[in-house]
Design a protein around this ligand. Sequence first.
Ligand code: ADP
Ligand code: MG
Length: 408
Amino acid sequence: MSDTEPRAEKSVGATAEQTEADTSSEETATRETVLDVSGLTKIYPDGTLAVDDIDFSVKAGNFCVIIGPSGCGKSTTLHSLVGKVEATEGTITLDGTEITETETYDRDIGLVFQDFQLFPHLTVEENVRYGLERLDLPADEADQRVSTIMETMQLSGATGRDPGELSAGQKQRVALARSLVLEPKLLLLDEPLGDMDYKLQKRMERELLEVHREFDTTFVYVTHDQTQAMRLADQIVVMNDGNVEQSDPVDAVYNTPETAFVATFVGDSNILRGTVGGTSEDGSVARVETDLGQFETRTDNLDAEPSEVVGTDLAFSIRPQHLTLGEGVRNTVQCRVEDVITRPGKGAQVVLSPLSAPTAELQLRSWEAVSAREGDEITVGWTPADAVMLDRTSVVEGIDLETDILGE
Ligand code: ADP
Ligand code: MG
């Protein structure tokens, strides 16, 4: 379960969580925007609209992760940034300078490929030195840069070795060193840990985070793996079908998803839908009438004024870990237990079907063992503060909540 929690939510106590979130957002707020993408569109020669008029920006020093399902346009976006793909429309601005038409090697952007693509016929040091030739630095400065980076990346002992003799961890460090030695303003990584086994992946993630911290470089990292995204990211850009669903700090994407797509793609969510019947006097809580009954939800994350959504059909989401067993909260549902899955060290996952709408399904997760058994009838509930209203199903037109997002 920890895999689906964002980095900012690591601490357990609410106060600690709050402090951590506050510090990171404060830090982010004071940083300058280093990358700005505006109206970026890519239509390939065969007519495929791969990226459809997207906007996002990244603050200096951030670890930004672009996630989305396979084919949603992540690689096209990344390759447009570095100039490997020519944008059809839109602008890319790096550190205040528009680079949309700039040659790749003049962009001040590094790119780390999946499987790293080291030059097999060059030694480790030659690999790291390779890109420096183009910069035309004085020889002693180039030497200095190479030796500093080799030392920092703990590669000094591997200077003369062939890339083929290296472990995966060392290969990653050579690939990073080869890019970082050029001191790029931005480092792009396209699913670099895609083919690795889980344990190695986790170790490489830790190394990446250390390198990111050490060099204070801005990273834009692409993956389709949302658990990885949450372990790495300060900021997440969620893409879907060539569009950006949401671009925000990781805790905002997780805690206040703007669309049902984001709520289900980033971490697990229970999604309910109904008609907004009314709001509390101050508008902070809305009452939604659903097939499962009437529930109260917070409204603070809505783009719209709470009064404007009264009478409309809206969805809201509740994380499985925010469902609790038993009465005593504002929102309760009588359910039949369909399944209890207990995993050592990971608590229990309970699959529930509401008595009033047996085809709907709710998921509850608990760190503690649960006494409920399959077939039991129980009451589950959640507080209004844990129910997040979703402005839209998706930013993509024509997406259906039931068939396209919930897969029913
Ligand atoms: P992702 O990296 O998210 O998997 P891509 O950016 O690779 O997605 O692809 C986005 C869409 O563009 C897909 O429909 C893909 O098939 C299409 N596409 C990618 N590269 C090309 C290309 N060179 N020519 C035509 N279509 C392409
Ligand atoms: Mg890709």
